[in-house]
Design a protein around this ligand. Structure first.
Ligand code: 13P
Length: 252
């Protein structure tokens, strides 16, 4: 059975004191969390170490980075390596978010390199896949997502891939207020799960957490999370408010 998980991707939001305040609010509000749910919080790079300290006492909450370099070390100004993230005890890192693919030109190959470095350093990758509106409208979204999945992950061994978390984020639903319907999200999640089954077998496919992301809010999380293959969410806007975020995490 896959771990239930809700991760807040804060993107380019919140300075140091705002980060500290919001994490404290989330930790307080998390007292109501069911024991089977885990939370991830992804603030900006400069605050990750401090954030880890703020959630240390809370077994259900871990800190997540939003990105990592596809290089190990060396002359890559401005980059942050997987080894650096591991050295502060970081648990998760988002990889291949559509905003990174679109605005920073990240390809499936780059994402695959990032996944490899994270796994090598013991940080759990949360790997994002999803189609744009054109692909959704012309009906080729499933084959596109499966292509992304294969290109980024299917070189991994069974043991490696079972450490990965997958997020389906339809680009047309990110920050638009337009959510995939529970049925639309379930169709893609089921297809990803089936494809993992075909390649790696039941043990692995049933164990990997598949998160949905794209305008997931307190008012639609219950119907999304009740779908058979949706194990949680990757939350943008609604994760910037502690009570909304915890309400989403309480929606299983
Ligand atoms: P929104 O929840 O703001 O649509 O963002 C989703 C997202 O991109 C999470 O990574």
């Amino acid at each position: 059975m896959a771990q239930k998980l809700v991760v807040g991707n804060w993107k380019l939001n919140k300075n140091f004191s705002e980060t500290e305040l919001l994490i404290k609010e989330i930790v307080d509000a998390a007292a109501t969390l069911p024991p089977f749910v885990k939370l991830g919080i992804a603030p900006a790079f400069p605050f990750l170490h401090h954030a880890i300290g703020l959630v240390q006492e809370h077994a259900q909450i871990d800190i997540c980075a939003q990105n990592v370099s596809n290089h190990d070390a060396g002359a890559y100004t401005g980059e942050v390596s997987a080894e650096m993230l591991a050295s502060i005890g970081l648990k998760y890192c988002i990889v291949g978010h559509s905003e990174r693919r679109e605005y920073f030109g990240e390809t499936n190959l780059v994402i695959r390199e990032k996944v490899d470095l994270l796994l090598k350093n013991g940080v759990t990758p949360i790997v994002c896949f999803g189609e744009n509106l054109t692909l959704r409208t012309n009906g080729s979204y499933l084959s596109y997502i499966i292509e992304q999945l294969e290109a980024c992950l299917f070189h991994l061994t069974k043991e490696e891939v079972s450490k990965v978390i997958i997020a389906y984020e339809p680009i047309w639903a990110i920050g638009t207020g337009e959510t995939a319907s529970p049925e639309q999200a379930q169709e893609v999640h089921k297809s990803i799960r089936n494809h993992l089954f075909g390649k790696y077998g039941a043990d692995v496919s049933e164990q990997i957490s598949l998160l949905y992301g794209g305008s997931c809010k307190p008012n639609n999380a219950v119907s999304l999370f009740s779908q058979a293959d949706i194990d949680g969410g990757l939350i943008g806007g609604a994760a910037l408010n502690a009570s909304d975020f915890i309400q989403i995490a309480n929606s299983f």
